[in-house]
Ligand binder design. Sequence first.
Ligand code: ATP
Ligand code: MG
Length: 259
Amino acid sequence: MERANANSAGSELRGAGAGARVVLEARDLRKSYGRGVQALQILSGVNLSLREGEMVAIVAPSGAGKSTLLHLLAALDTPSNGAVYFGAKAIETNDEAALAALRNRAIGFVWQRHQLLPDFTAAENVAMPLLVRGEKFASALDRALGLLEEVGLAQRASHRAGELSGGEQQRVAIARALVTGPSVLLADEPTGDLDEQNAWAVFELLERLHRTHRLTSLLATHNLAIAARCDRVLGLEHGVLRTRPAAAWAMGTPEGEAS
Ligand SMILES: Nc1ncnc2c1ncn2[C@@H]1O[C@H](COP(=O)(O)OP(=O)(O)OP(=O)(O)O)[C@@H](O)[C@H]1O
Ligand SMILES: [Mg+2]
């Protein structure tokens, strides 16, 4: 398979992932909303290579297109141009069965606004992706309870999601993203609505799950200190991804060399 070009944001690696195979790749990904003179180009040629085992942060201002990009990478939306490759195979956006399998099994997604069903219990929320793919209720719930234990919420399993705190809801959303056993985790501002202490607690949980579940993870975040703890930091600027030295982000000087 042809690799992304040398300008891609996958070309500079340090730490985990260096030398490992590319798991998820975007090539010249473009996304516009609207048509004609009203058209709004949000992504104008994103190249990205996520290597097995690495944890990557995307940092960009509000409205830059982070959610748009994550949705495309998870096959939750269709690009205007370009393609996403999962395990070296192009995601066929016209094959609904393949798309459903990818979304339900291969990629775990933590939504920006966690999207839990407030009237269902934490355990039922976590079990939902398994129920959607036809697993029996008892076994789905059993697996959900195991995940809730991993995120430290076993004692909240039968509480309704709407009654949980913001940090607890985010943990439930993370458990739900991992219940299907994906190899890739995409998390859209997983610490966005949390205070500093809870933000770090959730990030440290993600770091631990990243290791124990042998994930390849991509996080969108506004938190520069959290981004700097990842293996790589990418900036999304004017619709393209650029590699940023993590230290520059942490010190609030995001003008590092573009790759
Ligand atoms: N379905 C849509 N139709 C039209 N415009 C859209 C649509 N979805 C997103 N946009 C626009 O695309 C731009 C990027 O949105 P996106 O949600 O990807 O940004 P973001 O970087 O995730 O922002 P935030 O940090 O606030 O979550 C915004 O200007 C938004 O208004
Ligand atoms: Mg967003």
